[in-house]
Design a protein around this ligand. Sequence first.
Ligand SMILES: [Zn+2]
Length: 111
Amino acid sequence: MSTDATIQGLRTTLEDERESLRSQLAELGYGAQLDYDPNFADSSQVTAERGETEALVQKLVTSLHEVEHALEKFGSEQYGLCEACGQRIADARLEARPEARLCMACAAKSH
Ligand SMILES: [Zn+2]
C-alpha cells in the first residue's frame, strides 16, 4: 500500500514532467497548441530537419498526454491502480514510470 507521501511525491514528479514537456514544446513553437496538427507533415516546406523536429514534437505530445492522463486519475482516486485489472501498481514501478497505466502482469500480457 502506497503512503500518501509517496503518492504526493509522484504527483509532484508528474506535474514537474508536465511543465518540462510544455516548456520543451513551447521552445519548438508549440506552446499554446497542445493538439498536434497532423497536416503539418503535408506542408511543402518540410525539410529533413523539420521532419526530425516534427518527430520530436509528436513524442513530446504523446508523453504529455500520458502525463496528463495520469494526473487526471488523482482527481478520481484511480491513480496507482491498473487500468486493466484494477490491482494496485507496485510502488517501484510507479517510481520508475509515474505515468504507468498497467501493472507489471498486465503490461507483460499486452506485449
Ligand atoms: Zn493489471
